[in-house]
Design a protein around this ligand. Structure first.
Ligand code: ASP
Length: 594
């Protein structure tokens, strides 16, 4: 940090005082981090954003300041002036950058008193989260939070610098807008000036960034706030931040190359060791087959293996029935493991939780035969073939699931992650970035009995328009350490193709015109081929910071239930305010606690 402008409060940062400044005067300001009263001398660790420096108050040479120091308490705000002195060798603190010196205080001024904080600021111990969020200003004073927020700034700055250097323009898009197409529920804002009408908060700037391409800006980005009123899951926020990017006259490779450039810069700035791009690309079908997931964690093996051929003619009923009805048998070689029945039951629970009917297990014995409840139903040849398919060796635990293809994939994908965690196979210091490509265009929604877009309805299709289930899309996701950190696509730039997709989704021309008419109209006036991506900044910063929860990298987040203990939002409003908006609450909404 550059030295602060000298004023009545300070001329130096706390963290900047070092042996090079010994014997020189200095003035610092900050918060009382810790105070130690040694009868005679009083030591105060003073903290500002730059770090901590030790102040010494000596009753002999600064009686008044010493008397004042006597009354200081944690988190009081103080300005102190004095001389930087070297500490005696035995008092040097190698753990802080200013540990070789201390400021011998001649004069101090108390700038503000602090009540006793509800939790300690000077240590990183666990504090109940609601308490932290209620007193967020204090929580943000803690070292770990300060570092996370600084890192977040570094990420944002790196993005801006990197993309600006490549001719991208940062353009803001509206927050008060119409429903956008990401498929979640909208947050609505009543329009006072047009009673009965509502703005929607954007789920993403998707339509606006496409309009910006049609407008000819060619290269756009925005660090954009997005709002989705989704059912709450552990680590979701109703509002979150995306790096939103769009380019014109591009194909998949172009968007991927730009994204790799900016993300490699972000990883480097965050001190995160990822192999330099280009990053591997995995077609969706292969990701599902090998990892049981469209966001595979490739930092460890345990890949899923197809066992259908090995067991083709089997008499074993579980396998034979599944194969005969178009299902699959797939397995994982868990390696040389010695698990008890109870532990195997736990693994079965994982499979069942993810929709599977059950888990078959076998230990390969020294002679190649299996110790397994299934052994007696399989021929020796089938055992040999299945073991070979799984690359099994004596001692190995082989696991298999027989089910419909998507269930087997999902269950084995979950099982694989569980095994990775349980056997600690995920190296702490390795990070893998990769792309998943060639997604299906649509996804069958069994509840609603209709096709939904896998990405969003503006994604360009690939393939012949016969079976919607067979169509692929020009979408891509970027995955880091098994977490989807972003996704995007090449878009549809011709109105007739756009209408074809709407038709398949059951969106009538009239409906489409009503909801997305402004985009459809613009598409008719010469839309360049374009495409882009959005990356989740909260999640990326959390991964870089090594934090589990995105709440720990957002200055003012909501709780998992969508409320804000700091401000009390969401909160009821006056009837007068509602009247003005022409809104009357249903009885149920008046008594939410019921
Ligand atoms: N708008 C998309 C999203 O928010 C990203 C994109 O297609 O660029 O997921």
């Amino acid at each position: 940090m550059k030295p602060p402008r000298a004023n009545g409060f300070r001329d130096s940062w706390c963290g900047e005082l070092s042996a090079a400044r010994a014997d020189a005067p200095a003035q610092v300001a900050g918060w009382v981090h810790r105070r130690r009263d040694h009868g005679g001398l009083i030591f105060i660790d003073l903290r500002d954003r730059s770090g901590i420096v030790q102040l010494v108050f000596d009753p002999e040479d600064a009686t008044e300041a010493h008397a004042q120091a006597h009354r200081l308490r944690s988190e009081d705000v103080l300005s102190a002036r004095g001389t930087v002195v070297r500490r005696a060798p035995e008092n040097v603190n190698p753990n802080i950058p200013t540990g070789e010196v201390e400021l011998r205080v001649a004069h101090a001024e108390l700038l503000a008193d602090a009540d006793t904080p509800p939790f300690p600021i000077d240590e990183d111990g666990p504090v109940e989260e609601t308490l932290r969020l209620t007193h967020r200003a204090l929580d943000l004073r803690r070292d770990r939070m300060r570092r996370a927020i600084e890192l977040r700034h570094t990420v944002n700055r790196t993005i801006r610098e990197h993309l600006s250097a490549q001719d991208f323009l940062e353009i803001e898009t509206p927050i008060l807008t119409r429903s956008t197409p990401e498929g979640a529920r909208d947050f609505l804002v009543p329009a006072r000036l047009q009673p009965g009408s509502w703005y929607a908060l954007p789920q993403s700037p998707q339509l606006f960034k496409q309009l910006l391409m049609i407008a000819g800006f060619e290269r756009y980005f925005q660090i954009a706030r997005c709002f989705r009123d989704e059912d709450l899951r552990a680590d979701r926020q109703p509002e979150f931040t995306q790096l939103d990017v769009e380019l014109s006259f591009v194909e998949e490779d172009d968007v991927i190359a730009v994204t790799e450039g900016v993300m490699a810069a972000v990883f480097a700035a965050g001190g995160f060791d990822v192999a330099p791009p280009p990053w591997p690309r995995l077609p969706y079908d292969e990701a599902i087959a090998r990892y049981g997931s469209d966001k595979p964690d490739t930092r460890f093996g345990l890949e899923i293996v197809e066992l259908g051929a090995a067991l083709a003619g089997t008499q074993a009923k579980v396998f034979a029935d599944t194969l005969a009805t178009g299902g699959v048998v797939r397995g994982i070689n868990a390696g040389a493991r010695d698990l008890s029945r109870a532990e195997l039951d736990k693994l079965t629970e994982v499979v069942v939780r993810y929709g599977g009917r059950g888990l078959a297990w076998a230990f390969v014995q020294d002679d190649g035969s299996w110790r397994s409840p299934l052994a007696k139903f399989l021929s020796a040849d089938e055992v040999v073939a299945a073991t070979a398919a799984l690359d099994g060796a004596p001692g190995d635990l082989l696991l298999a699931v027989a089910d419909r293809a998507h269930v087997a994939a999902q269950a084995l994908g979950a099982l694989r992650l569980e095994l990775g965690r349980r056997f600690e196979l995920i190296p702490a210091d390795r990070h893998d970035a990769l792309w998943v490509t060639d997604f299906p265009l649509f996804e069958w929604n069994e509840d609603m009995r209709r096709w939904d877009p896998k990405h969003h309805p503006f994604t360009a299709p690939v393939g012949v328009w016969e079976d919607p289930g067979q169509l692929r899309s020009r979408a891509y996701d970027i995955v880091l350490d098994g977490v989807e950190i972003g996704g995007g696509s090449i878009r549809i730039n011709r109105p007739e193709v756009q209408q074809q997709v709407f038709d398949e989704l059951g969106i009538s021309a009239q409906d489409a015109q009503e909801r997305f008419g402004f985009l459809l109209d613009a598409l008719r006036f010469g839309a360049p081929p374009h495409g882009g991506i959005a990356l989740g900044i909260d999640r990326i910063v959390a991964l870089l910071a090594g934090e589990e929860s995105i709440r720990d990298v957002i200055a003012f987040p909501k709780t998992a239930s969508g409320s804000d203990p700091l401000t009390g939002a969401p909160a009821p409003v006056d009837t007068a305010q509602l009247d003005e908006l022409g809104i009357r609450l249903a009885d149920a909404a008046k008594h939410p606690a019921g």
